[in-house]
Design a protein around this ligand. Sequence first.
Ligand SMILES: C[S@@+](CC[C@H](N)C(=O)[O-])C[C@H]1O[C@@H](n2cnc3c(N)ncnc32)[C@H](O)[C@@H]1O
Length: 209
Amino acid sequence: MEFKLTQDGSYTVYNQLYNEHYHSISGAFEEAQQKHVKALGIEDNMKILDFCFGLGYNSILALKNHNNIEIIGLENDINILEMIKNLKVPDEIKKEYDSFRNIANSRDICNKQNNRIKIILDDALKSIKILPNNYFDRIFFDPFSPKKQPKMWSESVFQNMYRIMKPKAKLSTYSCAKMVRRNMESAGLEVIDGPVIGRKSPATIAIKL
Ligand SMILES: C[S@@+](CC[C@H](N)C(=O)[O-])C[C@H]1O[C@@H](n2cnc3c(N)ncnc32)[C@H](O)[C@@H]1O
């Protein structure tokens, strides 16, 4: 796997098996910031699930200027976690990244601001079953596309997301596919449009009311 420069100057990776990039090529950093972190809003002391951690952009951006955040990252590919060691990131998140460069080896790191990232290295479809009820304030939901990974976007996965979310918790994702939104609604989540960034259609925010 190789790094690929995106249009905002940040790097993504191309995955040959799924024939997809890990981020929008209009901007990896921009996507993490606008569709996930800003779209949901982050506060100190939150508990966050990063469903498909990858290079960790969503999680590590969420920690910036915050304390006491606990993140659980689900990922099944050690190779992408290894790539974090050499990922060139925008200056504004370099300090945060440097604390978590070794996440492939440690899998549980806490920085000076008491922000903790713990990785569960396994199939996310298995890992979600062991996560506790009513626990997370925010979920970054970021698998490969519904066409390539339909099982990740099923009603049963969103039922699990609903179960582990606290009341008023929010989930962000880049997809606005009808099937995805229908499965979210069937699982009990309220669906609203997320921001329009890098493409014509909006992202999606799902809320547990
Ligand atoms: C679109 S990328 C996520 C990008 C990531 N959020 C980031 O900021 O770099 C999808 C990620 O899901 C991971 N993945 C694919 N199938 C998985 C599975 N069954 N369980 C856990 N992770 C999976 C891939 O290895 C990849 O890192």
